[in-house]
Design a binder for this molecule. Structure first.
Ligand SMILES: [Ca+2]
Ligand SMILES: [Ca+2]
Ligand SMILES: [Ca+2]
Length: 611
């Protein structure tokens, strides 16, 4: 999977950078100001698709930041004044943001200048991706809308945008703030949420009832600075900074209507537009019962098509028990059916960073990473596996479909910040592409794009920079020739060729030098088929010295579950230094002393020995 902040990928059409009637100061033509629109759009993605950029990299799915029409400016979010370039501030769930769409199709056919035309453009992008064998994941927010209403703190009937109190009110324990009023600032598209009734788009009738356009569908409880970090329920019912919380309480008067409204909206995107899955934002800030009802009714509505649609969520938490909870329905053990198909594995991200993301040539212990992978199949105190092992409609379970990543925009910097070398970034991508899960790349990492403003230990949003700027940046052809792009494409090709790299069992082999308490930076593991007949061994050396997976007599012996008799291991791919340090064929049944060059990852593939 390849994830991009669409506004920051490629500006394929400069005509949409300042939509008609919008505040022109929200666009930065220099493409530098992180708080403003920088021009990236659907046409930029289409041009990359057309040039086979993603195919060359080996990507089989794209995840784009939310494409729906947003509130374009907010006065109070993390860090103050900002634009809605990222797409997470919905104003209309059934319109595509005009910053993203073009007046004509890639072939030059005019689109109608309205919601129908914008939706048609989005559908055309999805069709183009499909024609290239690439799926499209739609990023969706059901927890909140943008700043579509304000709290009239001074009760003058006017949205006093300079007053913080009109954007954010303190959290109210009992009831709702009574002074919420729809905003009406057209140049920021800060207006009553839509749809307010049924819509007809792309020939489909969408029977929305306008529930999202009623102020009673929102919580209006305000936000306090500690709201989001709480676990007492306040994190579920508060606003998300100045973003307006949707009232997802199962006891709420509009619960069923809200669930049905979202089912109606997303069945349209999943069937008529044809997207292949949903990445669901801010999952832990929504009542769990809401996800039960939404996933159940949506799958029912989709019928047999549901088997091909992936629903995965963002739960910003490093605890596998917290992450995996959302792959179960909230009424476990009564029901063991899957809830969300899968989640983004923050635990993996944090532990991979602990191992490989240290200043200079330093490295951390891979032990946390090994523990993280073991946690995939572990259980909680009530004996429930963290991740639901029951098969979804596609015949795969949550453990197999977990989305692994080492970087994205979720309040994280890029993996490669100042002090992190390009070769370390390539090593991290190598790990991502060889460990279990669905690996998700962050746009720009295929060029080891440097997040110069990011610091280790100080996560933020500095990594959301323009990848293909108008001036002074890389161009796609140049990126395709880079070492990182080449490495990732080779890894992707090997994953495609070897099923064990996608669905094989993970078997830990080596994390530490047994001689001392100092880790030597080596991490080794195997991926093996169920029957043990085919397997690969992967060895990572994060240090800047040559290492082996042995310490005196202590060497790796592959477990009996792997059928090693009559097999040899042969080096099949190296990320890092190509220098071969081991003999061409290694007896897989013998104790393994695998040498690995400095700052490198080596993949050994099993073959029958030629007698
Ligand atoms: Ca543009
Ligand atoms: Ca006011
Ligand atoms: Ca909420």
């Amino acid at each position: 999977m390849y994830f991009m902040v669409t506004d920051r990928f490629c500006d394929g059409d400069s005509a949409n950078n300042i939509p008609i009637g919008s505040d022109p100061t929200l666009f930065d033509p220099k493409q530098k100001d992180n708080a403003l629109y920088q021009g990236g759009d659907l046409r930029g993605v289409e041009k990359a698709l057309q040039a086979n950029y993603f195919n060359d990299l080996g990507v089989t799915a794209l995840w784009l930041t939310p494409v729906v029409k947003n509130v374009w400016r907010s006065g109070y979010d993390l860090g103050g004044w900002k634009s809605g370039y990222h797409g997470y501030w919905t104003q209309d769930w059934l319109d595509i943001d005009p910053h993203l769409t073009s007046k004509t199709s890639l072939a030059g056919e005019p689109y109608p200048d309205n919601a129908e035309g914008r939706m048609k453009h989005y559908q055309d992008l999805v069709k183009l991706a499909h024609s290239k064998g690439i799926k499209v994941i739609q990023d969706v927010v059901l927890n909140h809308a943008g700043s579509v209403f304000y709290y009239d703190d001074n009760n003058d009937g006017v949205f006093n945008v300079e007053k913080k109190e009109e954007w954010v009110q303190p959290y109210k324990n009992d009831g709702f703030h009574p002074n919420a009023k729809w905003a009406d600032i057209p140049k920021w598209n800060a207006e009553r949420t839509q749809p307010d009734g049924p819509r007809e788009l792309l020939g489909a009738k969408i029977a929305t009832k306008g529930t999202l356009s009623q102020i009673e569908s929102y919580g209006r409880k305000g936000f306090s600075s500690d709201s989001l970090g709480k676990t007492d329920g306040e994190e579920i019912t508060c606003d998300f900074f100045s973003l307006r919380d949707i009232w997802t309480d199962p006891k709420g008067e509009y619960f069923d209507a809200l669930v049905d409204e979202f089912v109606e909206i997303y069945q349209f995107y999943l069937t008529t537009v044809g997207v292949d899955g949903l990445r669901i934002d801010t999952v832990k800030h929504v009542h769990h019962e809401f996800w039960d009802a939404f996933t159940e009714r949506l799958r029912k509505r989709l019928g047999s098509a549901a088997a091909d649609k992936l629903l995965f969520g963002e739960i910003y938490d490093g605890n596998p028990a917290t992450l995996g909870r959302y792959t179960w329905r909230s009424d476990w053990p009564k029901s063991t059916a899957p809830d969300l198909d899968s989640v983004l594995d923050f635990n993996f991200c944090f532990s991979a960073r602990e191992y490989l993301r240290q200043t200079g040539t330093q490295f951390g212990s891979p032990a946390a990473l090994e523990k993280s992978l073991a946690s995939r199949t572990a259980s909680d105190a009530q004996d429930r596996p963290f991740y639901n092992p029951n098969l979804g409609a596609d015949g795969l379970n949550a453990q197999q479909k977990i989305i692994t990543f080492i970087e994205n925009h979720d309040g994280l910097n890029r993996f490669r910040v100042a002090g992190i070398t390009e070769s370390r970034n390539r090593l991290a991508q190598g790990l991502l592409m060889t460990l279990p899960g669905i690996p998700c790349l962050y746009y720009g990492t295929e060029f080891s794009l440097l997040d110069a403003g990011g610091k280790i230990g100080e996560d933020g949003e500095t990594g959301r920079m323009m990848f293909f700027p108008h001036k002074g940046g890389p161009i796609m052809k140049e990126v395709e020739k880079s070492q990182t792009f080449s490495d990732i494409s080779k890894l992707a090709a090997l994953r495609k060729k070897l099923p064990v790299l996608r669905t094989g069992k993970w078997i830990p082999l080596w994390v530490d030098s047994a001689s001392g308490d100092q880790d030597d930076g080596v991490f080794a593991f195997a991926r093996a088929s169920e029957d043990g007949e085919s397997f690969v061994v992967v060895v990572v050396n994060a240090s800047d010295a040559e290492r082996t997976t042995s310490d005196g007599d202590n060497q790796i012996q592959l477990p009996a579950s792997m059928k090693t008799a009559g097999k040899v291991l042969r080096r099949t791919l190296t990320i890092g230094q190509e220098k071969s340090l081991t003999p061409a064929d290694i007896d897989a049944a013998a104790p393994l002393r695998l040498a690995v060059p400095p700052s490198s990852l080596v993949i050994y593939e099993s073959f029958p020995s030629e007698k």
